[in-house]
Design a protein. Sequence first.
Length: 66
Amino acid sequence: MAVLAGVFLWWTLLVIIWLAIAFWPARVAARKGHSFFGYFVFSLVFFPAALIVAYMVNDRSAGMAA
């Protein structure tokens, strides 16, 4: 029973870290004027690609500054 609790703890920790890391590309893309939710889902599935794409996309918010 203790082994099962330990496995559950490690999987829970892994999922929390996975979700926290997925925010990185989403925040970068959101600061550039792109969809936070879209990049969040993208980074949940393909984190390395989402991070590269988030840093390479054009900044949509640069033209909005007055």
